[in-house]
Design a protein around this ligand. Sequence first.
Ligand code: F0G
Length: 464
Amino acid sequence: MTHPYPPEPFRIKVVESIRLISPAERESALKEAGYNLFSMKAEDIFIDLLTDSGTGAMSSEQWAAIMRGDESYAGARSFHRLKAAVEDIFGFKFFVPTHQGRAAENILSACLVKPGMYVPSNMHFDTTDANIRARGGRPTNLVIEEAFNINNPHLFKGNMDIAKLRAFIQKVGAEKIPFGMVTVTNNAGGGQPVSMENLKAVAAVYRENQIPFFIDSARYAENAYFIKLREKGYENKSVIDIAREMYALADGMTMSAKKDAIVNIGGLLCVNDEALFQNVKNELILREGFPTYGGLAGRDLEAMAVGLYEGLDEAYLAYRLSQTAYLAARLNDAGIPTIQPAGGHAVYLDAASVLPHIPQSEFPGQALCVELYREGAIRGVEIGSVMFAYPDPDSGKMIFPKLELLRLAIPRRTYTQSHMDYVADCAARIKSRASSVRGYKFTYAPELLRHFTARFEPLYRTAF
Ligand code: F0G
């Protein structure tokens, strides 16, 4: 079957070599890493789809901007360039740069979350979830049910379930909700977009209840482009205007700039409330740096100011989303189900259906992750029970996530069609020997964010 793969709207000026180590070397690298691909040497990876975060290729314009970096401690020109871009695109009254997204989440949680409080979202990503928990809060996911059906072709599977949100606020009380969120695109649920209609409805519910509305904006541009492609009335609007319309609905945002702003490091925390901004600045000074650099170098602020616009370039976005859809289609042709429709930044393989003999307690997503490395030195990341199974704070009973996924995240402007073909071919070979793949157990797991540092051992049980 053939699938469209648009020519990349760039040409390559600098290259970085990658090498494929032998199967025996891969096996010993796996063992040494405790079967956790986060613990591997990156040079032992051939195609690295661990994350699209900070792994993109910066443009010649961004590298040129790096040379303009003003490294003044306070009030640097670079800060003011970034400020102009942030105000132009997002329109919030106040902002600080942070070294990455989780620093913004930490500061926001430190300022607003008290023990026993709730923070609803469509789905929180792992660091947001953990930052809220770390302050004694309870992150709550209220995405539409369609998000949990891999095959449902809903065009905005990242949408919040408005009825669930209303019922939730009613149940816990608005005074127990220091702020509400929506993640665009919904990374934990397949990189799926949130429609403008849904963002408007969410904003209205939060406003009615006087709950400040924050958008987790890591993939603001991909979400805006999905709105242009899929939502009636937006087909003739520019992506930047769609982004402006999205952000006019919110009271603030956290952002990892390492995704759609195509920088290797950086983040933002924006707010409209002046009193909150004072507290944010105090927290920032304590933990990150002075408010005009926020833990970054001046050159990083410059690269971000340029990247915020490059991420919104429509020729780039058209290529970007087609590349992701291409990989998904090739995997589907090989009989490997992926979340439908394909998301923006990543393809999510349904590990539970590829490895139906491995129960959730034995981590089918992790098993598929290890297998893809074994087959082709490809690195993906489990988004399933390793990442998200937690004991219920009231009953202590283990709550497993609804989906067991392997995410293959595609770095921006980094890999070509032949790399995607190689990945699909390796996955197809695993599919044909799937019944012999085994589950895993932890030999070490920390309490929070355990996927980063856990160690595993393969299980030798073959009861299937
Ligand atoms: N929010 C979302 C939706 C994210 O995907 C991430 C990071 C963050 C916040 C935190 O940002 O890494 O800059 O501190 N996601 C990366 C990923 C790590 O691989 O999906 P950060």
